[in-house]
Structures are given as C-alpha cells and as structure tokens.
Ligand binder design. Structure first.
Ligand code: ATP
Length: 149
C-alpha cells in the first residue's frame, strides 16, 4: 500500500488580555481540521509541521512539544489505497498574519478553545479529538467545559 507522511500542529496564540486562541481550519474537503502537509526530503517532522503551517496559514510558529501521531487510510484514484500518518505538535504562534492558502485549505481562523472544541465535535475527523485533548491538557484548558454562549 502507498504510504504518506505528513506533519502539522495544534497552533495557539495568546491575546493581549492573555486568553488562549486555537487555530482551526476547514480543509479542502470542507471538514474541520488542523493545518498539516506532506514531508519533503531532508526535513524533520518538526520542520515539515512549521513549514506547512506557514504555507497554509501565513503564521510562523515554534514547536513546544510532540502531541500524537494519528493514522488513517484513504483512497486516492491515482495510486489506490493510501496508508497515512500525521505527526502533530503543539505549536506556539510567534509571528505572521492569518492568510489562508486557498489551494490547500478552505478557511482558517483563531477561535476560543470552547468554540474550536465545538467545531471539531460538529464537523471534524474523529482521530483529531485526542490530539486536541492533549493540547488542551498541556495548555491547562478544561475541554469538558461546555460553551455557555
Ligand atoms: P496533506 O498534504 O495536508 O497531508 P491531502 O489533502 O493530500 O493532505 P488528506 O488531508 O489526508 O490529504 O486528505 C485525503 C483524504 O483523507 C480526504 O478524503 C480527507 O477527507 C481524508 N482525511 C483527511 N484528514 C483525515 C483524518 N484526520 N482522518 C481521516 N480521514 C482524513
């Protein structure tokens, strides 16, 4: 089976009044997801994650720590079944302005942790849930808190 390796991140930033915001994208299949993309030759997984985040969203970041590697299969008409792995990191935004790269993703936005969680639950991939949970734990965010407004 063909294999694909990608990397990406749960990207966060702190607002001036010290609230945390999480970057959430809609991918080109219109699903809620996290920025990621394929590894290029000679890159470490961390380098891939940061390059793809920058290319897809215009945001520069630094890796805080690894979160999880997820696996799934999908069917690509050109090559058949593909076994995919995606290495996710917790990434702190350091610079840049949000600009979605329209060829690769549909939208990108900063959201409150509660709103990001709701959107992931409503329209995301199942295997991204534990990635967000790990990020929220590390950031000290209580993801069990339901949105109140
Ligand atoms: P990239 O270059 O960002 O790795 P891509 O667009 O080439 O991505 P995927 O994002 O893996 O490839 O999408 C290929 C197929 O897999 C699509 O049908 C997509 O909906 C599906 N897919 C994407 N992310 C996941 C996921 N986390 N779990 C299951 N299926 C997914």
């Amino acid at each position: 089976m063909a294999k694909e390796v990608s990397a990406g991140g749960v990207v966060y930033r702190r607002t001036r009044d010290n609230r945390i915001e999480i970057m959430i994208i809609e991918d080109r299949y219109l699903k809620t997801s996290l920025p990621k993309g394929k590894q290029e030759k000679g890159e470490t997984m961390e380098e891939t994650a940061l390059r793809e985040i920058w290319e897809e969203t215009g945001i520069e970041g630094k890796v805080v720590q690894p979160l999880e590697t997820i696996y799934y299969n999908y069917y690509n008409p050109k090559v058949g079944a593909v076994r995919k792995e995606v290495h996710y990191f917790l990434v702190e935004a350091t610079a840049g302005t949000l600009v979605p790269q329209m060829e690769e993703i549909h939208t990108v936005a900063w959201m409150s942790p509660e709103a990001a969680w709701e959107k992931q639950k409503r329209n995301g991939y199942q295997n991204n849930i534990s990635v967000l949970v790990k990020a929220y734990e590390l950031l000290g965010i209580d993801n069990r808190k339901e949105k109140t407004s």
